[in-house]
Design a protein around this ligand. Structure first.
Ligand code: ADP
Ligand code: MG
Length: 247
């Protein structure tokens, strides 16, 4: 019998070097099913590098990462399985400009999952409705606002029916008036029980949605706490210093 472990992400003592540069210096993090973890930290602290190891976009050299019971080992056998379980949304939407919104969303389900076009389109339309842009299905990314493009990117990731969603500064490239519509979609995903790891500086979102907030600095995990403690009574000087710069 398959037993589902409580932790869907188990990263232990992860080290990574870019050449001589020690970018991840022994980072450990476990994420429970349905949990929302927000990662904050100064630019260059290794946040993107760390979460990109969770879907094998980055290799690591030491330590271990287990995603939903699958060990992300150095051989590449498990990468396809992992990528299907872990969706990712980037700062720069990364949509295919020459494909319509609908084609962007159905591409992976058709080619990777081998779904029929009809089945893939049916799910895509449901997802577009969910992210509030059903009427944009036949448009090209360039015809959409940034906020709409990011919602397409979220729908595209969800189309693979992932168990985990990673977000790397999903609102940082957006005009202020579009941040909210993207955060609202993320909020509803969290409410529906999606496991999420979110790199963001949106304090309001972190306070309201995160189960845990983490500070990374210089390739290490400095502090991990509930939002309430993280923002009002952090235990580490480094966290206080960081918060004084962003609050
Ligand atoms: P963050 O997301 O917290 O801003 P990153 O994970 O993007 O930080 O980067 C951490 C550090 O690693 C930075 O100093 C960055 O310059 C460096 N870095 C990122 N990608 C590479 C790469 N491909 N080669 C060499 N150094 C890199
Ligand atoms: Mg980054």
């Amino acid at each position: 019998m398959m037993t589902e472990t409580k932790s869907i992400i188990i990263a232990e003592n992860v080290h990574k070097w870019y050449g001589k540069f020690h970018v991840l210096q022994g980072v450990s993090l476990s994420v429970n099913r349905g949990e929302v973890v927000v990662i904050m930290g100064p630019s260059g602290s290794g946040k993107s590098t760390f979460i990109r190891t969770f879907n094998a976009l980055e290799e690591y050299q030491k330590g271990s990462i287990i995603i939903d019971g699958i060990t992300l080992s150095h051989d590449l056998r498990n990468i396809d399985a992992i990528r299907q379980e872990v969706g990712m949304v980037f700062q720069q939407f990364n949509l295919f400009p020459h494909l319509t919104v609908l084609q962007n969303i159905t591409l992976a389900p058709i080619w990777v999952r081998r779904w029929s076009k009809a089945k893939a389109e049916e799910l895509a339309m449901q997802l577009l409705e969910r992210v509030g842009i059903l009427e944009q299905a036949q448009k090209y990314p360039g015809q959409l606002s940034g906020g709409q493009q990011q919602r397409v990117a979220i729908a595209r990731a969800l189309a693979m029916q992932p168990k985990i969603m990673l977000f790397d500064e999903p609102t940082s490239a957006l005009d202020p008036e579009m941040v909210r519509e993207v955060l609202d979609v993320m909020r509803s995903l969290a409410r529906d029980g999606m496991t999420m790891v979110v790199v963001t500086h949106e304090v309001g979102f972190a306070r309201e949605v995160a189960d845990r907030v983490i500070l990374m600095d210089s390739g290490s995990l400095v502090e991990s706490a509930t939002p309430d403690i993280f923002f009002t009574n952090p235990q580490e000087d480094r966290t206080r210093q960081f918060l004084s710069q962003i609050l």
